[in-house]
Design a protein around this ligand. Structure first.
Ligand code: PLP
Length: 416
């Protein structure tokens, strides 16, 4: 038996068969998102009855014999019960069958890419990817013989031309995108990828599993930076990969990723897994407030003379509004805007709010403001993928919306 088989028996972590097949016959067996977020993988401790599964702060596990494990765990890189609790929760809320938790979103992306790519392969990525994903692909993978072609999300003709090349094996997309909140039709992207024999990977960080489940629309792999909405409190880094039954190179993708997680080692530690699990339980109620506040702010900004343009999928004039309304159950908490006055005004505005903290990252309960061109997307500077330098991004938190409006009002009045 190999170490991965010993430490991570896939069978024991897979939801029961009837639960998996319930995906295709919804409603009766499968719990709703908020129920799954609170309960999946969170059974009380059998020893003490503790309602919350303990944090197993241990590197290793004693065994009953040289080849006999007590309960399937051997060494925490291969598996740890606190991580299993989070992974079970993540798999259920994303309508997947397996999830793998990593030390960060980028670590999850790296594990996935190293698992499925070979030198000579090409990745086709929708151009508005997270800055760190752009850096990973264009500056790191390029050194290992993997090319990445970035295509604007609207240029499906160009995407299909690149997919037709047999070296293209992975199609990568985010929806909504960062920072311009473009929306792609996930079902159509899945069909295009599969027609070309490529994997569709969807970074679902911005929508979160509370608003969108890409596997349901045909994606093969969902990527999360759990640092954002899932953790939700800006107090922990983490990443996740979630898959269903996809097969790649004649192997279940879940097995390939599990091996990669164990062999590559960028796992989520027990404390981080616990905090992420705790955050996920309240995502359902937090996201409602994020969406409500963001909608109010987007509509209010769109009416102002000192604001030139607002990007938010919940606005009817947003080009992706109809697709978003179909594949998402809410429009999310991120709003981007262009103020009058160009880059200088955008930077001054971002530096003058008080309730909105000037910071990269998003998805926490507190509102944040950023200037993507110099902050989150600094690594795309000088490339065609660089975001416009006069755009400001808001991660709208769950505070009282009147206080957020007053803060933005004061900051806009000060710079213009
Ligand atoms: C933050 C982020 C990542 C990277 O995640 P880390 O946890 O920071 O490593 C990837 N994708 C998106 C969309 C993100 O916002």
């Amino acid at each position: 038996m190999t170490a991965t088989q010993e430490t991570n028996d896939l069978g024991s972590r897979r939801p029961a068969q009837d639960e998996t097949s319930a995906r295709t016959q919804p409603s009766v067996v499968r719990p709703g998102f908020r129920t799954a977020a609170v309960h999946a993988g969170q059974e009380p401790d059998p020893l003490t009855g503790a309602v919350i599964p303990p944090i197993y702060q241990t590197s290793t596990f004693t065994q009953d014999g040289v080849e006999t494990l007590k309960s399937g765990y051997e060494y925490s890189r291969g598996g740890n019960p606190t991580r299993t609790a989070l992974e079970t929760q993540l798999a259920q809320v994303e309508n997947g069958s397996h999830a793998f938790a990593f030390a960060s979103g980028i670590a999850a992306e790296d594990a996935l890419l190293r698992s499925v790519l070979r030198p000579g392969n090409t990745v086709v990525a929708a151009a508005e990817t997270y800055g760190g994903t752009h850096r990973l692909l264009s500056q790191l993978y390029s050194r290992w013989g993997v090319e990445t072609a970035f295509v604007p999300p609207t240029r499906t003709d160009e995407r299909d031309r690149l997919l037709a090349d047999p070296s293209t094996t992975v199609l990568w997309v985010e929806t909504p995108t960062n920072p311009l909140l473009s929306i792609v039709d996930l079902r159509e992207w899945a069909e295009a990828a599969h027609a070309a024999g490529a994997l569709l990977v969807v970074d679902n960080t911005f929508a979160s599993p509370a608003l969108q489940n890409p596997l349901t629309w045909g994606a093969d792999v969902v990527v999360h930076s759990t640092t954002k909405y899932i953790g939700g409190h800006s107090d922990v880094l983490g990443g996740a990969l979630v898959v269903g039954d996809a097969v790649w190179e004649d192997q279940p993708l879940a097995e390939m990723l599990q091996f990669q997680q164990f062999a590559g080692g960028a796992v989520a530690g027990p404390q981080d897994a616990f905090l992420t699990s705790r955050g996920l339980k309240t995502l359902g109620v937090r996201i409602r407030q994020h969406c409500e506040n963001a909608q109010t702010i987007a509509e209010w900004l769109a009416d102002r003379n000192d604001v030139e343009r607002v990007w938010y999928p919940g606005l009817p004039e947003h080009p992706g509004h109809d697709v978003a309304a179909r594949q998402m159950s809410g429009f999310g908490g991120v709003v981007s805007l262009r103020v009058r006055g160009g880059e200088a005004a955008a930077r001054a505005f971002a530096e003058s709010t008080e309730v909105f903290g000037l910071s990269v990252s998003l998805g926490g309960v507190e509102s944040l403001i950023s200037h993507p061109a110099t902050m989150t997307h600094g690594s795309t500077k000088g490339t065609p993928e660089a975001p416009p330098s006069d755009v400001v991004r808001l991660s709208v938190g769950i505070e009282d919306v009147e206080d957020l409006q007053a803060d933005l009002d004061r900051a806009l009045a000060g710079v213009l």
